[in-house]
Design a binder for this molecule. Structure first.
Ligand code: F6R
Length: 607
């Protein structure tokens, strides 16, 4: 859940780059910062609890000598956020510096073993056993790479590890198992990071490092080996299309707002995905006996909406399961005729990766939808669709959600063509409407922003809100509630409007806010009934309705309006936009930073 950066360059001080790279990694969520460089045969280190700029003001992160170094933003797992628990961690002689993401499950026994041999520990972290193990193996005569290899054979858990040592001051060595690491390179410089945006200003050329591989980075070379048999890996580099500018705020006060405004172009780019890629996914679904859609959080809401699209457009009734609970729900009752669609913007969410690996054991086919080229899920899936949102920096997912929905809509249409569940003319009409969504979403964004800001002035004092929808709009309601929870810290619950009278209605009293998602689809008349039930108990109704739906407007206290012409299956795409903006302005009104919600991280790589 933390950020890793390492850089080795021909000349010049590397510290200012590491500092800026750590700023670009802030979005992952973290509580402390540390940087170490090598110069004059010594490690030079600065680290402290706090945000990058706070630590920089205190310690001047730019003032470290040397042209190679490593840096880390830590999100506490083992041990409280503190100077001592911050990475990098060191061996007894301060010759080896290590940063690590992940969790070492057997660190207690390793620590005991190392302590009994006289090793001294400064922190409560699991990570600290790593430099000490490397120290022991180097004492036995191994070089840094061999010592790290041997260390990976002793540790159990998940990791991305980056190491450097004064004994071999021309290289950075790194390895991974279960946590992401990508390598970047250009002439006379090499980089390693947990995330592509960290080195984007320097290069767009990257090389994937896979689980169980170890890479040695020098100024002019990147050498990769498999740890299991020491064999050399030759891997093509990938040129990524993301630009450094996309990972900047570009004049917006927050990444989240910028990313909401980028949604129309993200949809447009995703609609241009090659049709073979979409049709292949549809064929796999058509050939499956059962379809499971699995994901977490916002991606789970996309999966839920996708389930509705598949059923309505193609007659394929899938099952949505939270990836975290997948194995505990299906109990091994999977086989090679099943298809699992895994949706994950980062491609690294451990819950989702674990569920996919579980399904693979039974031979099920895996279709992945992710936004990150080369991410872990892409290497496990039988077929991958890469959504075209560009880098998403705001922790609360917005544009990646919209492009997940767009990809699912494309698959559903292709599947509909294959199954013939709907008349081809219907599919054509739906496709036309999907193609018009970029303009429509632009219009919704422009129209809703001011209203969202003024509604935040009204609702910011309300501690608790209920979000209700029916059919596919249940997914919209869930997402609206999640966004508000994440960045404005309201208690917000998304619920099926049908289910709302079976319990949640007990919460409703005078002035209790209920947000209703009411597109003009076959659920509209039934949701009127739900609004009336809520109003009868004093609820304050904020509705997202179709433009000109005067009946719904008249029974609502406040409304957001969405232009006509949205096909019901795709309604989540425009109807969620005002709710994203509402959460954003609620967060601001309450004095929070919507880009950096507390306790959350951009990719959750722990179980
Ligand atoms: C919500 C959010 C999280 C993620 C969830 C899954 O704004 O960002 O709920 O959706 O952690 O992440 P991915 O899509 O990377 O698997």
């Amino acid at each position: 859940m933390c950020g890793i950066i390492g850089a080795i360059q021909q000349r010049g001080e590397v510290a200012p780059f590491l500092h800026q790279a750590l700023k670009r990694l802030e979005y992952r969520g973290y509580d402390s910062v540390g940087v170490t460089t090598i110069a004059d045969g010594k490690l030079h280190m600065k680290k402290e609890k706090g945000k990058v700029e706070e630590v920089h003001r205190l310690l001047d992160l730019d003032d470290l000598p040397g042209s190679m170094g490593i840096g880390h933003t830590r999100w506490a797992t083992h041990g409280i956020p503190s100077l001592y628990n911050s990475h990098p961690h060191f061996d007894c002689n301060s010759e080896i510096a290590v940063i690590h993401n992940g969790v070492i499950d057997n660190f207690l026994e390793l620590r005991e073993e190392l302590a009994s041999k006289g090793h001294k520990f400064d922190s409560e972290t699991d990570t600290e056993v790593i430099p000490h193990l490397i120290e022991d193996y180097m004492k036995e005569g191994m070089d840094l790479k061999s010592a790290l290899k041997k260390t990976t054979k002793r540790i159990e858990g998940t990791y991305a590890i980056v190491v450097m040592s004064t004994r071999e001051p021309d290289k950075i060595v790194c390895t991974r198992d279960g946590n992401p690491l990508v390598i970047g390179y250009k002439e006379s410089a090499s980089y390693v990071s947990s995330d592509i945006p960290a080195f984007l200003p320097m290069t767009n050329d990257m090389i994937l490092l896979l689980d169980g591989e170890i890479a040695t980075l020098t100024v002019n070379d990147i050498e990769i080996e498999k740890i299991s048999d020491d064999s050399r890996v030759e891997r093509e580099s990938i040129r990524i299309s993301w630009t450094a500018d996309q990972a900047q705020k570009g004049g917006f006060p927050h990444f989240m707002l910028k990313e909401i405004h980028e949604q129309p172009s993200a949809i447009r780019s995703t609609l241009k995905l090659r049709s073979e890629v979409i049709v292949r996914a549809a064929q796999i679904l058509r050939d499956a006996n059962r379809v499971f859609l699995i994901a977490m959080g916002t991606s789970g809401h996309a999966a839920l909406a996708g389930k509705h699209m598949f059923a309505s457009l193609a007659g394929v009734v899938g099952t949505f399961e939270l990836a975290s609970d997948f194995s505990d729900t299906v109990y091994g009752a999977l086989n090679e005729n099943d298809c699992v669609i895994a949706i994950t913007q980062s491609g690294e969410t451990t819950d989702t990766i674990t569920a996919v690996k579980y399904a693979k054991q039974y031979g099920s086919k895996i279709v992945a939808i992710t936004n990150v080229v080369g991410s872990s899920i892409t290497r496990i899936a039988d077929h991958t669709i890469i959504t075209q949102a560009g880098p998403e920096i705001g922790v609360a997912a917005t544009k990646t959600f919209i492009v997940q929905l767009t990809s699912l809509a494309l698959i559903a249409l292709a599947l509909g063509e294959l199954t013939g569940f709907k008349d081809p003319s219907v599919i054509m009409r739906k496709r036309d409407s999907l193609n018009r969504l970029p303009e429509l979403v632009s219009e919704v964004t422009a129209k809703s922003e001011e209203r969202a800001r003024s509604l935040a002035n009204i609702y910011h004092t309300k501690p608790s809100l209920l979000f209700l929808g029916r059919g596919v709009s249940i997914a919209t309601a869930f997402e609206g509630a999640l966004k508000l929870k994440e960045i404005a810290y309201n208690h917000a619950e998304g619920y099926s409007a049908g289910e709302s009278k079976h319990g949640p209605i007990a919460l409703v009293q005078d002035g209790f806010p209920v947000v209703i998602i009411a597109p003009n689809d076959e659920t509209r008349n039934r949701i009127v009934g739900n609004i009336m039930e809520m109003k009868a108990r004093g609820a304050d109704i904020l509705s997202v309705i179709e433009d000109g739906d005067s009946d719904l407007a008249s029974i609502s206290d406040h409304i957001f309006e969405i232009p006509k012409g949205v096909e019901p299956e795709f309604s989540t795409i425009p109807y969620v936009v005002p709710l994203q903006l509402f959460s954003y302005y609620m967060s601001l009104r309450k004095g929070y930073d919507p880009d950096k919600p507390r306790n959350l991280a951009k990719s959750v790589t722990v179980l």
